[in-house]
Design a protein around this ligand. Structure first.
Ligand SMILES: O=c1ccn([C@@H]2O[C@H](COP(=O)(O)O)[C@@H](O)[C@H]2O)c(=O)[nH]1
Length: 282
């Protein structure tokens, strides 16, 4: 199937709907709060209700694969339904599975999440470069071939990320800066926004500056989890992203999901979060 590159599709979606990605994280506690069972049927109802509320109204959704996988095959089947619902509503789907492995195995992950015809293939996948950036090559190649995108973990929103991401290579460059530089190389030929993005937490304060990561130079999208439940808001987005703010896709899961299960309330929360992100990022 021929489709425009992910970066171009995401840029258009953010222009149309604002720079918000709604995370679909069916935590056990949220399932209980929504009156749903903590099993695959509950996860399915939860996720499809979020899609009903926000499909066609926000730039992207980000199902967190772990919350589906914890319910086995039936949970994974629910994730497949979310991917299909995104396709039907025209909302981009970023599957947050954070895959990363030796190249030969990475090829199999790429087949699962990035190959046309796979029921788990959304529009983009989160990947981990911490087995070496080159180990991601099979995913990079297949994503390019199929017009899909990648978000490579760079500066994550959790405090523990620091010990790996701020470590220095033999050249004195931080690991995060080396990851960002490799992503920038892959985006070199892109017209507007490239298709190889980074994950940069909205909670990291001045860490990009301290790690020498030149966010704008990446020329790809910057997925920014941490908005809402992890404490980041407009001020934090402005601080972290500065001159790269137009590349940012802010991501909020529990901040929106807590307002469910009412569809209208979920939709209102998502639109409010999208408006707040637009005010600072667009
Ligand atoms: O650095 C990262 C990378 C990914 N995440 C994921 O985003 C959501 C955050 O959920 P909230 O409820 O909005 O806190 C979750 O799926 C994480 O796995 C992240 O938080 N930080």
């Amino acid at each position: 199937m021929t489709r425009a590159p992910f970066g171009a599709r995401l840029a258009a979606a953010m222009d149309d709907h604002g720079p918000l990605c709604v995370g679909i994280d069916p935590h056990a506690s949220l399932l209980e709060a929504w009156g749903l069972t903590d099993d695959a049927a509950g996860v399915r109802s939860f996720a499809l209700r979020v899609m009903e509320a926000v499909g066609g109204r926000v730039a992207a959704v980000k199902p967190q694969a772990a919350f589906f996988e914890r319910h086995g095959a039936a949970g994974v089947a629910a994730l497949e339904e979310v991917v299909a619902a995104g396709r039907e509503s025209g909302t981009l789907v970023v599957v947050d599975a954070k895959r990363g492995d030796i190249g030969s195995t990475m090829g199999a992950y790429a087949d699962a999440f990035l190959r046309d015809g796979s029921p788990l293939a959304g529009d983009a996948l989160t990947v981990s470069p911490y087995l070496g950036f080159g180990s991601l090559d099979p995913a990079v190649e297949l994503a390019r071939e199929t017009g899909r995108g990648l978000f490579v973990l760079c500066l994550t929103s959790n405090a523990e990320g620091h010990e790996v991401q701020h470590a220095r290579t033999a050249d004195g460059v931080s690991v995060a800066a080396a990851v960002a530089a490799r992503a920038a190389e892959l985006n070199a030929g892109a017209d507007e926004l490239g298709s190889v993005g980074l994950v940069v937490g909205a909670t990291i304060g001045d860490a990009a500056v301290r790690a020498g990561v030149e966010l704008a130079a990446v020329r790809g999208p910057l997925l920014a989890p941490g908005v809402g439940a992890q404490g980041a808001g407009a001020a934090e987005l402005a601080e972290v992203f500065g001159g790269a703010r137009r590349q940012v896709l802010a991501s909020s899961s529990r901040g929106v999901l807590r307002t469910g299960p009412d569809v209208a309330a979920l939709r209102a929360a998502a639109l409010r979060a999208s408006g707040e992100a637009s005010a600072v990022l667009r």
